[in-house]
Design a protein around this ligand. Sequence first.
Ligand SMILES: NC(=O)c1ccc[n+]([C@@H]2O[C@H](COP(=O)([O-])OP(=O)(O)OC[C@H]3O[C@@H](n4cnc5c(N)ncnc54)[C@H](OP(=O)(O)O)[C@@H]3O)[C@@H](O)[C@H]2O)c1
Length: 250
Amino acid sequence: MFALPSAAPQPLAGRVVLLSGAHGGLGAAAAQACAAAGATLVLLGRRLPRLNRVYDAVAQAGHEPLLYPLDLEGASPDDYAELADRLHAELGRLDGVLHCAAEFRGLTPLEHLDPAAFARAIHVNLTAPWWLLQACLPLLRQSADASVVLAVDDPARVGQAYWGGYGIAQHGLRAMVGMLANELAATTVRVAGLQPGPMRTPLRARAYADDLGEDLRDPEAYAGACVTLLSPAGAAWRGQVWDAAAGGVE
Ligand SMILES: NC(=O)c1ccc[n+]([C@@H]2O[C@H](COP(=O)([O-])OP(=O)(O)OC[C@H]3O[C@@H](n4cnc5c(N)ncnc54)[C@H](OP(=O)(O)O)[C@@H]3O)[C@@H](O)[C@H]2O)c1
């Protein structure tokens, strides 16, 4: 039996991609698009039943994914080292990381923010993604063309009042894109940010109860941009944040 050639182009064929926040709004949409684009996915999320649902959709769209249940809040650098070891042992390579995990619990004045909630927001939204990337870098460096993509929020919005630790961490994450990209400029690992426009997801709903924004989209609208940044075409955004709603970069 010959396999039928796929009709759709597969810009991620042969690539192994680790996707965090895989059962979130953008993460689940990106997972399906990346699978359809030919990637083998490792789906990282904190709730196994929800990961299983994404698994089913991804397996239908492309290669069977691997599931990696992990809570970024409690994970230590040793846990990320173990993740990298398992990726190496089970798949032998890593060509991309798409970081979509983020925690936002609601708008609160900084002055009234519970100290532990502030620390948790900075940890989950800034420290944890760095620990994850740091552990994965040795494996990424072995790829001929590796792509790190960090989903980031609009700094003009989350720098306003009440966005708390999430808003502050988002500014740090954006700084990480440029800094890490510069440090890896001479390597095969490129780093870019993806700033989607407002999306109908649980995260957004925690800030806006009645959200009727004209620019509000389903997360599927930005899944293609995730594929592009992970693919060879993503090299055009090396070291930059793609403002995908506006179509521009900054
Ligand atoms: N929605 C927007 O309007 C918007 C706009 C611009 C940028 N973004 C960015 O887009 C990305 C995706 O956000 P989204 O809107 O898709 O939000 P979402 O639907 O809430 O997805 C976020 C995901 O992160 C996971 N997560 C949270 N804390 C975690 C932890 N401790 N360990 C592991 N996973 C954890 C969540 O898990 P649970 O499902 O268990 O909560 C969820 O699956 C984020 O980087 C966000 O900053 C969103």
